[in-house]
Design a protein around this ligand. Sequence first.
Ligand code: YH5
Length: 277
Amino acid sequence: MLHLGPVKLDSPAVMGVLNVTPDSFSDGGRYLTIDVALQHAQQMAEQGAAIIDVGGESTRPGARAVNEQEELDRVVPVIEALRRVVDLPISIDTSKPGVMRAAVAAGASIINDVYALQANGALQAAVELQQPVCLMHMQGEPRTMQNKPQYDDVVAEVTQFLRERVAQCVQAGLGKGLIIVDPGFGFGKTPAHNVELLAGLGRLTEIGVPVLVGLSRKSTLGKIAGKDVSQLMPASIAAAVLAFQQGAQIIRAHDVAETVDALRVAAAVMNTGSFND
Ligand code: YH5
């Protein structure tokens, strides 16, 4: 059993993606958005998700930054409502210290930061909150990161960045037992870089903290499979199994039921104990 501070996780753990859509401006729209999000989260919980990842800030390639108030308005009501109906740890996908604090106050217990706590005040907020944190590697920033990403050795460079970041966070006072690392598939990486990273994922486990991966529906899989993003469930499951086989313990996924089934088979074969047992 994997422990992350107060959060206990079975191995492997599926983190279900709950997008909080931006069309929540009118009151009617806001209630509708919360209701749709709650139903989706409940469904993912029934399907075997171990964590619900709530995101109100788009980090897709080309996306613009969202202002803090807008992000707070999107995620806080959803986390408060989720807390009452879903008995799973909630992670907050954010880079902003104000959103981290408000989300944890509302009931989130994991901080999922694609900027690895490098934004002003983010590391201090995480140290104060002492909640599990996922530190992700990204080259550049979402708006421009897919514009000619370059590495000499992507596995070595990503591992080195995460190793240094873990050390800096521990130095600042974040418990090492609260830290998760993530290579950041698709974040400033070409399809070739992503494939090399997945092939070398085992190296990341040498950092000595749990590894999380997000490969679900990413465009590299579409390029490999020759499929549109709407047709990437089988490719995403193959990638999830390969990541788990190389030591990833937390898999961020959109298609929770199918991913849980596949990982149960992989876990049984790998003799790591039965899934969610
Ligand atoms: C991640 O890897 N990813 S949001 C572009 C796509 C499809 C999906 C088709 N948050 C991660 O899911 N947090 C996101 O193009 C994440 N690790 C962690 N820790 C991006 C996403 C996506 C982007």
